[in-house]
Ligand binder design. Structure first.
Ligand code: FE2
Length: 512
């Protein structure tokens, strides 16, 4: 491998020369930005479909298709007419001989020439292929799938989170692209509004343009220059939520200063995600999706409606979403119930006492967490599994309505996944603090912070299995993927257990 973007950027940061290496630097012309991106290994699909294709939000009779025309991804303004007609087609076969749907959509400059096509009239539980046409060119072919209805014996899906471009290559997404999956879930920190490379903040070299829509667009475009990310989108339909870095670190609320920036960031996110047509600057993310009678997903938005943290009456969900989530719990049927949760739900008390490690997560919203989890316990909901990102390390936790009370019943399991590339703590920090976090948190069963990757969930009526897939080295785009360990939850038996075959795998903490 001749190019390694992590070491290249770290070297430039150490030399005080990030402005010469970081493609989004305000000091660069477009030609220099393109050159800098290429030096970091950026590649693009053939124009105008440089950013690839994607599908998302599969339901039984439809799915959303996405692309964005960006002939010059590093330009602030694309060299395109104000409105460009984009053709789309869906077929049952990769050769498009059995075409089942087709149409056109207008890609407009107002929405960055993105298109979001809500395809309907498809068959449940079926695989499809799709592609786009525009300006005499045809896009790559994407593969997608609709949700099944009725009895389902197995679902396999993956989650990804935290993919700082400057921290490494997306070998994890290459792994996801190769997996046999029904769908993918993204748990947030899809892009980072800034970066920290070798201790130097990239933002200092960029100027204020990161606050604006064109600058957020360029950031998304740069992230999609990693071919493994485009491959993972083209291989499977995705459900997507977000965390803070799609806008700015640890944000909450809507102060006037934040409002304009948030709107720009939300719109750029919308323009680059395979979601249904929506209001670009206030998209509705939270929703319930079903995979037959086997799995109910409650996809949460823990950013858009939250108050500030550490308030007695603070909210992470917002009143409407909280009422909605409680309704999902009350009305839950026999399926596994999974919360797609960007940021850690379980308590993480500081070793040695004195509060919590981070109160940007649910630990900053104690009353609401207790209210919602007490509702879960009282409703008799069984088989709650929460899947989480954000932490850049893997955790497995028992969920209790009152984490401070060991007599409080176990009502579910939280799996927090490794990051795709975003930097974790050092091996020294993990070795020292893993056991301390375990001692301070009786519900914590497992911690591993030295690796990068993604989780694969394999769910049957009787058992939920979480396979922690890890890559060898995020500096290598072709780094091989292996399974670090597997945890199971048996239906009707609260709590998880580790697979015997991998119980001796490396970790910094295990409750024995
Ligand atoms: Fe992150």
């Amino acid at each position: 491998m001749s190019v390694n973007r992590r070491d290249l950027l770290r070297g430039a940061a150490t030399a005080g020369a990030l402005g010469l290496a970081w493609p989004l630097s305000s000091r660069m012309t477009v030609a220099q930005a393109e050159e800098a991106a290429a030096a970091l290994g950026a590649t693009w699909d053939e124009a105008p479909f440089t950013l690839g294709v994607a599908s998302g939000d599969p339901v039984p009779y439809g799915v959303a298709l996405w692309t964005r025309l960006a002939p010059k991804p590093m330009e602030f303004e694309q060299p395109l007419e104000d409105t460009v007609e984009v053709g789309w087609e869906v077929a049952a076969d990769r050769g498009f001989r059995r075409r089942v749907a087709r149409g056109t959509a207008a890609a407009t400059a107002a929405l960055g020439h993105s298109v979001h096509v809500p395809v309907s009239g498809l068959e449940p539980g079926s695989q499809y292929y799709y592609r786009f046409h525009a300006l005499g060119k045809v896009s790559r072919v994407g593969r997608t799938r609709t949700a099944p209805v009725g009895p389902v014996r197995r679902v396999r899906f993956a989650s990804a989170n935290c993919q700082a471009f400057h921290d490494g290559f997306y070998a994890a997404h290459a792994g996801i692209a190769r997996e046999e999956l029904d769908f993918v879930v993204h748990l947030g920190d899809y892009v980072y509004e800034h970066g920290q490379v070798g201790g130097n903040p990239l933002r200092d070299h960029e100027g204020p343009e990161v606050l604006t829509l064109p600058s957020y667009r360029r950031r998304h475009a740069l992230y999609k220059s990693d071919p493994s990310l485009r491959d993972a989108h083209a291989a499977h339909p995705w459900f997507i939520t977000w965390d803070d870095h799609e806008v700015v670190n640890d944000y909450s609320g809507t102060t006037p200063a934040l409002q304009a920036r948030r709107s720009a960031a939300y719109q750029a996110w919308y323009e680059h995600m395979p979601v249904r047509p929506d209001h670009p600057s206030t998209p509705r993310i939270h929703r319930q999706r079903r995979w037959g009678d086997l799995l109910d997903l409650s996809i949460l938005d823990l950013r858009q409606y939250r108050s500030a943290q550490n308030l007695p009456d603070g909210t992470i969900l917002g009143a409407d979403q909280k009422a909605w989530l409680k309704d999902q719990v009350t009305g839950a049927g026999e399926a596994w119930h999974c919360w797609v949760n960007s940021i850690m739900l379980s308590q993480l008390a500081k070793p040695g006492g004195g509060g919590y490690m981070f109160t940007d997560q649910w630990d900053g919203f104690l009353a609401e967490r207790k209210e919602v989890l007490t509702h879960v316990a009282q409703s008799g909901l069984e088989d709650l599994v929460v899947i989480t990102g954000d932490w850049h390390s893997a955790f497995v936790d028992d969920i209790r309505p009152d984490f401070a009370d060991p007599a409080s019943p176990v009502i579910g399991t939280e799996f927090t996944a490794h990051s795709v590339s975003s930097g974790a703590y050092s091996p020294e920090w993990n070795a020292t603090n893993g056991p301390k976090m375990g001692a301070a948190n009786p519900h914590l069963k497992y911690f591993e912070g030295d690796r990068y990757g993604y989780d694969v969930y394999e769910v049957t009526p009787r058992r939920w299995s979480t396979h922690m897939r890890v890559i060898g080295d995020r500096r290598d785009p072709r780094s091989p993927v292996s399974t670090l360990t597997t945890f199971h939850v048996d239906r009707g038996r609260p709590g998880s257990y580790e697979d015997r075959a991998t119980i001796s795998s490396p970790a910094q903490y295990r409750r024995r």
